[in-house]
Design a binder for this molecule. Structure first.
Ligand SMILES: *Cc1c(COP(=O)(O)O)cnc(C)c1O
Length: 429
């Protein structure tokens, strides 16, 4: 079919959705993933890739390779495995750096996200008695809030006083730069760190990293980001943003399996600063002398210098599988599809024109990734329960939001159409 035909099709129809799928150059990537099914074996509509990404079919082969090498080589696998374990994290660096817009030397895969956040704050939250406050966004992810509060306490500050919330304007759900500017004008002299979760897990709002960083640096604050909902979803251009550090996980949009390792970015301007405080471990030590064991700590330059332990190879194998798929798909093409897919979801939800639901995610596609957050009137959680019964995997976030994330790698336009159809049937039985 040509584009004239698309125009003739009613956008709010299954034919239109399947036509978009037939024109989607990434459509076949869906087949590279295991799609969860119900008890009868029917595929579910999976819109929870923002929480746990689906398993690529190649992942088991990547894991098996390491299991086999372990079985046949034992400890020699550190040097002799097909992908030697000693430098294994290096096999991930380049693709990961590309996905987050960083230089390879600025990126390392290690630990869990929250552990990385603490390690970053050891280096980049260096409060003085006058300048010690931390800014986070309202509705920051709980783990980030706990981490930041515990760092304040660790340095002898009461979070009641030291933690500043960047709130949306009264009665609204979306934070504005004016709001942050006002905080900085009023308290900038006392603020040591701005730490923002971008994209926000609750509202789906994507924050402008560069603007926030420039604002923070203007007030001599360090600036860090949590990209748990950004990595693999939007391109954060970390290096150009000028951010001091960033952390993320790889089990959401990066499809590397439950509890898999996190990522960490340290801007190159800090790469060679040996005076930075840090918690150290042997994997951050000079690779050439690491096994001499008796050397003084000789820190590696770049993000690698923050590593502690020798990493879990099985998790890294899963990350490698996932990154190979991203490379094949190409992030620009994924983002292009994502804009269209989420735009279609937005269009169909608007067409429902039902006052019981409203989208709180920004309407401007540049200010969001693939997720839309649907606010439900009177916090009626039943709506989410009924969706689950109808074969939709989405999630409910207190107090009143259903999050749906059509992921461009494995969701399609037909998923989006069928989802809204099921929602419509629930709203109008
Ligand atoms: C998912 C998520 C986390 C989870 O932290 P882990 O240390 O990986 O368990 C933290 N912060 C944000 C913003 C998240 O979205």
């Amino acid at each position: 079919m040509n584009s004239t035909n698309t125009k003739e099709l009613n956008k709010n129809s299954l034919q239109y959705a399947s036509h978009c799928d037939s024109e989607d150059e990434l459509a076949l990537f869906r087949q590279k993933f295991h799609m969860p099914v119900d008890e009868a074996g029917n595929e579910l509509i999976y819109f929870c890739g923002n929480s746990l990404g689906l398993q690529p079919k190649i992942t088991s082969d990547y894991l098996k390779q390491e299991l086999d090498d372990w079985a046949t080589l034992g400890v020699e696998g550190h040097t002799d495995a097909r992908h030697p374990w000693m430098p294994y994290h290096e096999f991930l660096t380049e693709s990961m750096a590309e996905l987050v817009g960083a230089k390879p030397s600025e990126v390392v895969i290690m630990n869990g996200l929250t552990a990385n956040l603490h390690l970053m704050m050891v280096s980049f939250y260096r409060p003085t008695s006058k300048k010690y406050k931390i800014v986070i966004e309202r509705d920051a992810f709980p783990s980030d809030k706990y981490a930041v509060e515990s760092q304040l306490r660790f340095h002898g500050h009461d979070p009641e006083d030291g933690l500043i919330l960047w709130n949306p304007p009264e009665g609204e759900e979306i934070c504005t730069m004016e709001g942050l500017e006002k905080i900085m004008e009023e308290e900038g002299d006392e603020i040591a760190l701005i730490m923002i979760g971008t994209t926000n897990y609750y509202s789906g709002q994507h924050f402008p990293l560069k603007k926030i960083t420039e604002l923070g640096h203007q007030y001599d604050c360090l600036v860090g980001f949590d990209l748990a909902h950004g990595a693999g979803n939007i391109q954060p251009e970390l290096h150009d943003s000028g951010a001091d550090f960033a952390v993320w996980c790889t089990y959401k949009y990066l499809n590397s399996g439950p509890g898999s390792l996190g990522g960490c970015f340290v801007h190159e301007r800090h790469a060679h600063d040996r005076n930075l405080n840090r918690f150290a471990g042997w994997w951050g030590h000079n690779k050439k002398t690491r096994f001499n064991m008796r050397h003084e700590f000789d820190v590696l330059p770049g993000a690698e210098g923050w590593q502690l332990s020798n990493p879990p190879i099985l998790s890294m194998a899963a990350i490698r599988a996932s990154l190979d798929i991203f490379k094949e798909a190409g992030f620009d093409r994924l983002r292009k599809k994502s804009l269209k897919l989420t735009g279609y979801l937005e269009f169909l939800l608007d067409e429902l024109n039902d006052e019981r639901i409203s989208i709180i995610t920004p309407r401007n596609p540049d200010e969001r990734g693939c997720q839309l957050s649907i606010q439900v009137k009177n916090a009626d959680k039943q709506l989410h329960d009924r969706l689950t019964e109808a074969g939709v995997i989405s999630d409910w976030r207190e107090p009143d939001v259903i999050r749906v994330a059509p992921v461009p790698l494995y969701n399609n336009f037909t998923d989006v159409f069928n989802f809204v159809q099921r929602l419509k049937n629930i709203l109008n039985p």
